[in-house]
Design a protein around this ligand. Structure first.
Ligand code: GLU
Length: 431
């Protein structure tokens, strides 16, 4: 029976690298029919506050990382850590010694000859000569057990068969293997996941942008997106699939397909993927969310000139993050258009623009019917003389919406209705 675990050290923020390890462990357990366990490594009493622990639990719940069995708190295993130390002392695998100025510590004895080796499922065969390995502290002079000891003793107690974690722990693994052996416990299988790096190949950190789960949530990303995106940072299904359902991921996941090279965090890809997930959200869920955001923003529940059902499809397929709403579509609900200063500067503040906007308004006014096709025809005909659609399409968009992004222009014009479009074109000509 496969038993894996997520063993976070709560610090107050949940970094994407950590939660990615949780995702890989979860998928491995669900794929193999094993157990996914949670162990909170809360021995740093300064940082492991109840709030910090709650952040971990919230992140897991948000991402749908449900765990089997009750969560284990490392601090509760202190008697097990102490018993293990006694055993190591009794068998000569550990010894007491004075360290520096401090009092007496317990050190673990590493081999003095030969090698320590293990087969990592991701990184391949790993090997270190004994002379490059030193004895290390397992109990501090204040009696508190060190990470290496607590981590291994807890893994033994929880019957962990596979340790899947970030490759910042590779060096530790040479130590951990020796503790497992000294305690007469089977050594688990290891899989160390590659580091997540920025565009420059350096470890991805908060300086590069959002790095903590809570930030992605605040920025309007869906948990489904983040789960899928983080899975692909270090794993690929072996075909060209990128967007996958939870069931497909469980079905396809294997540790053998994990990549060993660093995984580059690509914000563009994350935005694209979030847009795909939003586009495929059930219409009802999107509509409920949309209505909530309108209310929060103090906008009326119905658009000015069309129905919500007419409007929603064209908004939904273009929304990249939930926070785009209602920012990028408020102009459908109010005539008090909020003009983005950057958009005005870039698209409207040009000497030739006002006359063009007025000309477009005049041509629109003459149309027998104000439809998507009719407005497009007008713009195309006028654009032919200007050598392209851009010089008309961009200013018209900003004139009627106030922003540079939004639904297709002609769709948007039809949904706003002729009267409003004419009024806004004429007003924008004076901005
Ligand atoms: N608490 C350690 C960490 O968060 C655990 C590493 C492990 O998975 O063994 O880095």
């Amino acid at each position: 029976m496969i038993r894996v675990r997520f063993a976070p050290s709560p610090t107050g923020n949940v970094h994407i690298g950590n939660i990615r390890a949780a995702i890989f462990n979860w998928l491995y357990a669900r794929h193999t029919g094993g157990k996914f366990l949670l162990r909170i490594e809360d021995t740093d009493l300064q940082r492991s506050t109840p709030e910090a622990i709650q952040k971990v639990l919230d992140a897991m719940q948000w991402l749908g990382l449900d765990y089997d069995e009750e969560a284990v708190y490392q601090t509760h295993n202190r008697p097990d850590h102490e018993a293990a130390v006694e055993k190591l002392l009794a068998t000569g695998h550990a010894y007491r010694a004075k360290k520096g100025e401090g009092g007496e510590c317990v050190l673990f004895r590493m081999p003095t000859e030969g090698t320590v080796e293990f087969d990592d499922l991701v990184k391949g065969h790993m090997r270190k000569k004994a002379e490059d390995l030193q004895d290390f502290v397992i109990v501090r002079s204040d009696g508190s057990p060190v990470f290496h000891l607590a981590n291994v003793v807890d893994d033994i107690k929880q019957g962990i068969t596979h340790v899947i974690r970030g490759d910042d722990h590779v060096e530790n693994t040479f130590k951990h293997i020796q503790i497992f052996k000294a305690l007469g416990a089977p050594v688990p299988v290891y899989a160390h996941l590659p580091m997540i790096v920025n565009a420059q190949g350096k470890p991805y950190s908060k300086r590069d942008g959002a790095a903590f789960i809570g930030e992605f949530k605040e920025q309007g990303f869906l948990p489904e997106t983040l789960f899928n995106f983080l899975l692909l940072l270090g794993w690929a299904p072996g075909d060209d699939r990128e967007i996958m359902t939870r069931e497909e991921m469980i079905e396809a996941f294997s540790l053998e397909r994990c990549k060993s090279s660093p995984s580059r965090f690509d914000m563009k890809k994350l935005l694209w993927m979030n847009g795909e997930y939003i586009a495929h959200m059930p219409r009802e869920a999107f509509r409920a969310f949309f209505a909530g955001r309108l209310a929060e923003a103090g906008l009326p529940p119905q658009p000015l000139a069309c129905t919500l059902d007419e409007l929603i499809p064209c908004i939904q397929i273009r929304t990249k993050t939930l926070n785009d709403i209602p920012k990028n579509c408020a102009f459908f609900f109010t005539d008090d258009v909020a003009y983005d200063p950057a958009a005005v500067e870039k698209r409207l503040h040009k000497p030739e623009v006002p006359a063009r906007l007025l000309a477009v308004a005049e041509a629109f006014e003459k149309l027998p019917e104000f439809t998507e096709a009719a407005t497009e025809e007008v713009i195309r005909a006028m654009a032919a003389e200007l050598g392209g659609m851009g010089p008309l399409v961009h200013p018209v968009r900003v004139a009627v919406s106030g922003v540079m992004e939004g639904p297709g222009l002609f769709e948007m014009l039809a949904l706003l209705g002729r009267d409003r479009v004419l009024a806004r074109l004429r007003k924008a000509a004076t901005l």
